[in-house]
Design a protein around this ligand. Sequence first.
Ligand code: BJW
Length: 233
Amino acid sequence: MRFTSIVVLTGAGVSAESGIDTFRTKDGLWSKIDYRDVATPEGYAANPVLVHEFYNMRRRKIATVEPNDAHRALARLERGFRGDFLLVTQNVDDLHERAGSKKLIHMHGEHRKALCARCGSRSPWEGDMSVETACPSCGAVGHMRPDIVWFGEMPYQMDRIYDALRLSDLFISIGTSGNVYPAAQFVQEAGRNGAHTIELNLEPSETFDDFDEAIHGPAGKVVPEYVDWLLKL
Ligand code: BJW
């Protein structure tokens, strides 16, 4: 293996073949609902009932789907690679961990966690949530929200992610349109520090020109093929 440190970034496209909606494709979530209503702090303040309904529906959905070959291939890469490895996902589903990934950061939060806006505690969460839900830590009612990073909020563990990007010699971006920052800038950060950068996506992303190399096709096909090739180097 000629690489010593790999960072993988995944987006909604890696879970598409498992049956999870993407955001910006023709039939994606943002074609059905205005993101300002459900994915901003202002939308939540204006209509928390709508926001809870939106996330309850999506939390129920992830319990009905399974990881696909792309998730499994990334877990295989983590197990088989001897250097430093970090998987950064923008996805809020749990399909990477269910496929076996362990060195993983959910930079945009997780469906299966709740955040108390009053005391700041995070709790594992399985069922529905409402404006009447009490915080398991402080007991306050009416302050529980999905532990999801909305527009205008700071994504999680950015220091750890940028440290890994700066040390990486291979950056792999999978199933993301490159529309949302700061994730859309990771390719530049890794490339500036000398990493080889590759995009694996159904189609050229918004940041396609920033990559050294690209393979376009469905993640369930191109990711296992690329991982097989990497592990044979
Ligand atoms: C397949 C496939 C198959 C389909 N196989 N591929 C400039 C600089 C910095 C920030 C900004 C900036 N300009 C504006 C901002 C602010 C804003 C932003 O980016 N706005 C843009 C709209 C312009 N960003 C923020 O507010 C973020 N916070 C922030 O910036 O804090 C300050 C900060 C600055 C600098 C450093 C550090 C901090 C927070 C962003 C929060 C995003 N939240 C969401 C919703 C919550 C999750 C949820 O409800 O589920 O996260 S938005 C949504 O987009 C979701 C996703 O994680 C995210 C990315 O989408 P993704 O994954 O790329 O999905 P799609 O649908 O766009 O693309 C899917 C791709 O897959 C497509 O290309 C398909 O072709 C492909 N595909 N099937 C392979 N089978």
